[in-house]
Design a protein around this ligand. Structure first.
Ligand code: ADP
Ligand code: ASP
Ligand code: MG
Length: 404
């Protein structure tokens, strides 16, 4: 059972979580619980780091931002004990939960569950801090924002759990973020593949890596409400999903910035220099478009990076400016990405065209486009984001008319 930030936002909510844990425990289940920090706490800790020094040491960042979870595991354990449940807290290093050295965005390498399994025999509930592990240098490492989902799935996979239930502030995965449109519809079952694509293009209800891990280990993953008793969404293999919609959902990301390089040389090796510089600076590049050049002389190139990386990306490009022969480096941090996802796209034509027509109808200009087998993404001005999501939701027939 994993409980996110809003589910443990204060002591009353932690008591509510404890009741749910006790209910599973009373059914005779062996239970491991993974919790996040209280909502807002991790953001505050990140802000402290940024305030302390612009180019902070990511090992110290991890030491700081992992502390929110230390508080909630302790509190939940005390509350459970008060209800007569034998429970204890575990921090990442205590299992241990081993990661690689990529501080701030570490990958899980190995989890030792033997202690927890021993304690299960004594009827003890394990209350595990999400988001954290220990690196090869014996330092605390965190798994990237939203990483408690990945902690939970990893623990479930390592223990061969019957289920991994992710409790959150919505009662399942919806056709789009229910905060953007009340017409969003709850999805009963979604394939790992579609959930992976939705998460990777911005649906933050599950961290992307948690979904790829569940897919790899065939973990039965459910998203449920921690406040209401109703069925949630099952994330499962394609064989368990009966109906196949052409479009499953619409996701968006505001964490986008666009860089345009004007008049760069149109020679072999230029793209390699540009994206080599991004790679050296550990900056992820997402959408890329290069315009056709005239008479093989010069060309323009646009691509997107995360907003937090924009400054560093531009600095890295300035450093190679003469090498790529660039007339101008332009940047824009007021863009957003909207994506339409569905496995049905493999077998149906016209999905992208409907997207373009819908946006055109609303007068929304498309700046960049990228596609995969089951996804079409466009970059637009951020001010039109909500309008775009709602219009596309309607255009693909996803609206829940009862909620309208
Ligand atoms: P937690 O703190 O429990 O991990 P998150 O805030 O990380 O919760 O994720 C839950 C939020 O994800 C919801 O409140 C909702 O606004 C957002 N969300 C985005 N896309 C979707 C979607 N397609 N379905 C459900 N929720 C979504
Ligand atoms: N507390 C961490 C965060 O806010 C991890 C999580 O909530 O999943 O990113
Ligand atoms: Mg989350």
């Amino acid at each position: 059972m994993k409980f996110g930030g809003t589910s443990v936002a204060d002591l009353d909510r932690i008591r509510n979580v404890a009741k749910r844990v006790k209910a599973e425990y009373d059914k005779g289940n062996e239970v491991a619980v993974v919790v996040s920090a209280m909502s807002g706490v991790t953001n505050q800790l990140v802000a402290y780091c940024q305030d302390a020094g612009e180019l902070y040491d990511t090992r110290e960042y991890d030491t700081i931002v992992s502390t929110g979870e230390q508080v909630t595991v302790g509190l939940l354990s005390i509350v459970l004990q008060g209800m007569g449940v034998n429970a204890r807290s575990w921090l990442g290093w205590q299992l241990p939960f081993r990661t690689d050295n990529s501080h701030g965005n570490a990958q899980i390498k190995e989890i030792n569950t033997s202690e927890i399994e021993e304690r299960f025999k004594e009827g003890q509930v394990a209350v595990m801090a999400g988001f954290q592990g220990v690196s090869p240098n014996n330092r605390i490492a965190t798994l990237g924002r939203g990483g408690s989902d990945t902690s939970a799935v990893a623990l479930a996979a390592a223990m061969n759990a019957d289920r991994c239930d992710i409790y959150t502030d919505v009662d399942g995965v919806y056709t789009t973020d229910p905060r953007i449109t009340p017409k969003a519809r709850k999805i009963d079952r979604i394939t790992y593949e579609e959930m992976l694509e939705l998460a990777s293009v911005g649906a933050k209800v599950l961290q992307t890596r948690s979904v790829s891990m569940a897919m790899r280990y065939n973990t039965r993953l459910q998203v449920l409400s921690s406040f209401e008793d109703k069925p949630g969404t099952l994330v499962c293999g394609e064989d368990e999903v009966m109906e196949e919609n052409i479009v499953t959902g619409i996701a968006y990301s505001r964490d986008e910035a666009k860089i345009t390089l004007r008049g760069i040389s149109d020679n072999p090796g230029i793209a390699s220099s540009i994206f080599g510089a991004m790679g050296d600076a550990a900056i992820n590049v997402d959408m890329i478009v290069q315009t056709l050049s005239e008479e093989n002389r010069s060309t323009d190139m646009s691509f997107t990076v995360g907003r937090a990386d924009l400054k560093r990306a531009v600095n890295a490009l300035e450093a190679i400016r003469s090498k790529i022969n660039c007339d101008a480096i332009e940047s824009d941090a007021t863009v957003a990405k909207v994506s339409v996802v569905g496995v049905g796209m493999r077998s149906h034509a016209g999905v992208a065209q409907r997207m373009f027509a819908t946006l055109a109808d609303k007068g929304i200009n498309i700046q960049l486009i990228s596609t995969s087998e089951i996804k079409v993404s466009v970059l637009i001005a951020e001010e039109y984001l909500e309008l775009a999501v709602r219009s596309l939701h309607t255009a693909y027939g996803l609206d829940n008319e009862e909620a309208a």
